[in-house]
Design a protein around this ligand. Structure first.
Ligand code: ZN
Length: 246
């Protein structure tokens, strides 16, 4: 309910009730947000586009080795991710996404629906092109894939003590990828990977380890060829983790 409408209704109730003491009832939904507002409480069994939007925000709160499906269906995996998100931010961990959970998400997200500590501009260098063009998917898809990674990194960052994480490379066009010597099947061309630099707060191996419980199925770091100066995180359909020196 709109806050002002709720207030007017409360005034009306008070007027009708006369001298009866009425306790003020909180509005049922959190304040509207710039980028996306949930209009209902989401519980296990719910489905819809608003569930998908929730899943993107909690994709970094999965269990070890898990990758959350963005399927719009509020099943056990989503419930558990919501519980971990709630617990991670000091909320009651009931696995139901209501006003308290949405308020926390609103506080964490920017007006373009990216999380507070990451911006598209950090992920679009693309060999200096500063856009998401020329990859293996459309720019819109690449951005959507990157947004999911950002939320996973936001979770990782929080779990690692709110220390900064520096992105050294993320989206690459096909030509940019080959210019920097990326693999011909690199997830960077899909907006499904990011490289985390040495100047990040957490160590290279701390980030590699934390990625295992943040939904990343591709994790490469110290000791893997060409990965001694960054930790690579990516989303794919099968697991490939390697960091012989971590
Ligand atoms: Zn990489």
């Amino acid at each position: 309910m709109h806050k002002r409408l709720a207030y007017l209704l409360a005034v009306l109730v008070l007027a009708i009730a006369g001298t009866v003491t009425v306790s003020v009832v909180a509005a049922p939904t959190a304040a509207a947000d710039d980028c996306y507002t949930w209009n209902r409480t989401l519980s296990p069994g719910a489905s819809g586009a608003d569930v998908t939007q929730l899943q993107i925000r909690v994709a970094g709160w999965v269990s070890y080795g898990e990758n959350l499906a963005l399927d719009g269906s509020y099943g056990p995996a989503t419930t558990n991710a919501v519980k971990r998100f709630q617990s991670g931010y000091g909320l009651a961990a009931d696995g139901i996404a209501g006003p308290a959970t949405f308020s926390k998400i609103y506080a964490l997200q920017d007006s373009d629906c990216t999380p507070a500590h990451f911006a598209y501009s950090e992920f679009d260098d693309n060999c200096g092109a500063n856009n998401f063009n020329g990859g293996k998917v459309t720019a819109a898809t690449a951005k959507e894939n990157i947004r999911r990674i950002m939320w996973q990194l936001e979770a990782m960052r929080h779990k690692l003590g709110d220390r900064g994480i520096v992105i050294t490379s993320s989206f690459r066009s096909v030509s940019c990828n080959s210019a920097v010597g990326g693999s011909s099947t690199s997830l960077h061309m899909y907006g499904q990977a990011a490289d985390l630099g040495l100047s990040s707060g957490p160590s290279q191996c701390q980030m590699w380890n934390a990625g295992k419980s943040a939904g990343f199925e591709e994790l490469l770091s110290q000791g893997y060829p060409d990965h001694n100066d960054h930790t690579h995180v990516g989303n794919k359909s099968s697991r490939f983790w390697s960091a012989p020196n971590c």
